[in-house]
Design a protein around this ligand. Structure first.
Ligand code: IMP
Ligand code: MG
Length: 193
């Protein structure tokens, strides 16, 4: 059966009522308007030096897709996949590179596209890893930052939204590999952050 989806959030209706999906934290509409703003800023900041967008899989796939289309420059895109050791919802800061980049970073203006910064440990590992490849510049664009959770200093050039320290799903973010295809960001009841 085809369902119409929720008018306010745009998410498929039955998914939105899946087990554990709580209130909307960032609506689909707010995501899209903020991403448009970030696109305008990045377009201006990188005029004359189109960036290489490096998406961190899997969580950033949807954000990467929308953000790249909001940037009016001839960007290139590449992806890395990382997995952090530790429990599913808590990172230990030890990161395993599951898929490395295909392109050489030397001399490139690299903009890392991340879904969410929680402890910041994943990102700080990635920054060190990428800097060793001697890019011309390295900045980070994170869609979400969980307030008060950072255990390390990460320098974020672009941030979509600061959100409360709760476990969230949707728009690329998963719980046990599910619910990435929700169009908005929702609190998820079964996990605490
Ligand atoms: P950090 O190393 O603690 O900053 O965690 C970063 C990674 O953990 C993110 O890239 C996400 O993949 C995952 N993560 C952190 N918080 C959440 C959440 O609330 N929902 C889903 N994934 C999360
Ligand atoms: Mg994840």
């Amino acid at each position: 059966m085809i369902t119409q989806g929720d008018e306010a959030t745009g998410s498929p209706a039955s998914l939105e009522h899946a087990d554990g999906v709580g209130r909307v934290i960032v609506s689909a509409e707010d995501l899209q308007s903020r991403i448009a703003e970030l696109g305008v800023r990045i377009t201006a900041d990188y005029a004359g030096r189109p960036p290489l967008l490096v998406g961190v899989l899997k969580g950033a796939f949807m954000f990467m897709s929308d953000l790249s289309r909001a940037i009016d420059l001839p960007v290139q895109v590449d992806f890395m996949a990382v997995s952090s050791y530790g429990s599913a919802t808590r990172t230990s800061g030890v990161v395993r590179i599951v898929k490395d980049l295909d392109v050489d970073l030397a001399g490139r203006h690299v903009l890392v596209v991340e879904d969410i910064v929680d402890s910041g440990l994943t990102l700080s590992y990635l920054q060190r890893y990428l800097l060793a490849r001697e890019p011309a510049s390295l900045e980070v664009c994170a869609l979400l930052v969980k307030d008060g959770q950072q255990r390390t200093d990460v320098d974020l050039a672009y941030v979509g939204f600061h959100i409360p320290a709760e476990f969230v799903v949707g728009y690329g973010l998963d719980v046990d590999e599910r619910l990435r295809n929700l169009r908005a960001i929702y609190a998820h009841a079964s996990r605490s952050s």
